[in-house]
Design a protein around this ligand. Sequence first.
Ligand code: FES
Length: 309
Amino acid sequence: MSDTSHDTPHLPGPSLWPIGFAIGVACLLLGLVISWIVAAIGAVLAITFGFLWARDVTRSVRDDVPEIEPEARAVADAPSDDTADTTPASLPTYSRTRFLEASTIGLGAAIGAIVTVPALGFMVLPSFTNLEEGKADLGPIDNFPEGTFVIASYLASPTAGEVSRRTAFVRNNGLAEGDKPSFTILYSRCVHLGCPVQPNGPIDEAAKKEVNGVELRPVLAQSFGCPCHGGLYDAEGNRQAGPPVRSMDRYTFSIKDGRLVLGELYAVGNVSGTGANAKISRYPWSTPGTHVDGVEAWLYPIVPSQVTG
Ligand code: FES
């Protein structure tokens, strides 16, 4: 450390980088709520402006290191030695002000990382660890009698346990286009605010089956109702009454070795026709309360995201 008696006050010049950094962080946090694209843009802005800001702040420390003249000493009686290295050492030194400045920035960054990284991990990691959710094997297709809805209750993530239990209404439509099995598979979550939709019709409890954690109960349902705010859907999942903003969400499916396997969830604007002949307006899955078509989809383009469970 050097003598600081001649230090001049260190006043960093005005910079726009902190403002850009703040905008990037705000964008990142907003993106975590509404969209991964916005979050990615925010992360890029925050990292870029943060780097520029840090470079600006530390420039004086990096570039303007004063050197102290080596101490001059008379060596009158020193023995003459041609091999001795008489070049004085030139060591970089820092003033106390700069040392404290760099320490404060470094300590602040370390504390910020300690606080932020675990919180970000808890927010972001579940999105990558629950990728298999929804790929449920509902068992042999023989368990689904043609023309009848079956309430299928399954664990979307067996390792997570009962908290991941989901319900789908599955109807075997017979064969489509000659030889392709057709199923209508509606997700039970209401597309108004997410309450569990119930089938309007008697459940045949005597015919209940449970295989590999999947519970199957046939039901004579011609419509579906939501108990929360009176939402009503027809047998194709079209909204009939109440506040739901679109038709019931559906699952894609595949048949593997004679077994019905659920695929991705997707949102539905409208369904015309029925069963295997239905024409479905399909959209990427979106949260309950989100309009996927019509004028409303333009008026309310951004909605909070949430997990599909
Ligand atoms: S949550 Fe279903 S009608 Fe409101």
